[in-house]
Design a protein around this ligand. Structure first.
Ligand code: ADP
Length: 341
């Protein structure tokens, strides 16, 4: 019993209980006020039926003298009527209290659930981000400590250390940029008519050095089509997909870019590579931030933020981002941007 009492006490301290009690108070105040008014009106109606004590009290309602036996009978019925109304209202209020408690609890949960979910997601995000930041920071610290401990630090050593530091800083910058983009609220888009070929050319120019390094050729089959989108956001989406296609493809392969309007006027953009592919169990996770397929973790640098950012930007356009992939054969990422909403 004391265990249940402790549980009940700790429940009362929760936000759900507080909100539930607030809702319940509102319901009970309304129900009690209504009952008081109802009781007052009904009893005053009953009082009007009370016969006058004497002939002096003859009124329009009781235009004749009432015999005393009949008078006390009426009085008794009036008192009974009052008690009856009181009892019924009490029962109704108890029922409202019971029903109201359940309803308030349900309402409180419905109100708090999305807030709790958002808070949990926020906490998870902060903890994931701190975790990811720790690795490059530790690397930076170690490189510098090792350099400092050296008895003789030659100019070449110093340059090497500085170069390592700069590489780590570049990675950190990439990570914080990604985090910032993901933590910001819904991205605000400036929609306009965008020439797809121009967007793709800008994205290609950004990733070209990486493609050249791996002798990856890009088959750009994008037709001259216009779509309603945010220029910068679309460039970013395609850059992320191209960057991944290069990162996860072996040397001397080809990436193919195609696009087309569908019957409803929306636009499909496909980025197909001949890379490592994505295992079936990973496909459903790759749009989740910080998720990286096991194979990618060991091979390439990255933080698992590219696809979540691309996904967010596509969603802001009310579009979809999907993938079809076969291990060791390649992946095709498809962006769909619907017509203007
Ligand atoms: P990152 O590339 O930094 O790891 P992303 O969010 O861009 O982060 O991608 C998440 C994961 O999805 C990658 O780690 C990789 O496992 C997988 N992935 C993304 N694009 C491709 C691709 N074109 N081919 C194979 N795997 C891919």
């Amino acid at each position: 019993m004391s265990h249940e009492l402790t549980q009940f006490r700790s429940f009362l301290r929760t936000d759900t209980a507080r909100l539930m009690l607030t809702y319940l108070s509102i319901i009970m105040i309304m129900s009690l006020s209504f009952s008081i008014v109802l009781y007052a009106t009904s009893t005053s109606q009953l009082e009007r039926q009370r016969p006058p004590r004497s002939a002096i009290g003859i009124t329009d309602d009781f235009p004749m003298q009432t015999p005393s036996g009949f008078r006390s009978f009426i009085n008794q019925r009036i008192e009974e009527g009052k008690r009856d109304i009181f009892a019924k209202l009490a029962v109704i209020n108890l029922l409202v209290l019971a029903g109201g408690s359940i309803f308030s609890y349900y309402l409180a949960r419905r109100t708090l659930e999305p807030i709790e979910e958002a808070m949990d997601a926020q906490t998870q995000f902060v903890s994931d981000a701190s975790h990811e930041l720790r690795t490059p920071l530790t690397a930076l610290r170690t490189t510098n400590e090792v350099a400092l401990r050296r008895k003789k630090l030659t100019l070449t050593d110093a340059r090497e250390t500085i170069q390592d530091n700069l590489d780590e800083i570049a990675r950190l910058q990439q990570l914080t940029d990604g985090l910032l983009r993901l933590s910001a609220h819904q991205p605000t888009l400036t929609l306009g008519d965008v020439k797809l070929t121009e967007v793709v050319d800008t994205a290609l120019a950004t990733v070209a050095p990486k493609a050249v390094d791996k002798r990856i050729s890009v088959d750009n089959l994008i037709p001259t089509i216009t779509l309603h989108a945010d220029d910068g956001a679309l460039t970013q989406i395609i850059t992320i997909l191209l960057d991944n296609a290069i990162k996860y493809s072996p040397d001397d392969t080809t990436i193919t870019l195609t696009a087309a309007h569908d019957a409803r006027g929306g636009t499909y953009i496909h980025v197909a590579d001949q890379g490592v592919g994505i295992a079936e169990q990973d496909v459903s996770h790759i749009f989740t931030r910080f998720y990286r397929a096991d194979a990618s973790r060991s091979q390439t640098q990255g933080y698992g933020l590219g696809l979540p950012i691309a996904h967010r930007l596509v969603k802001a356009h009310h579009g979809t981002l999907s993938v079809e992939s076969t291990l060791e054969q390649g992946s095709t990422f498809t962006v769909y941007i619907p017509v203007k909403k």
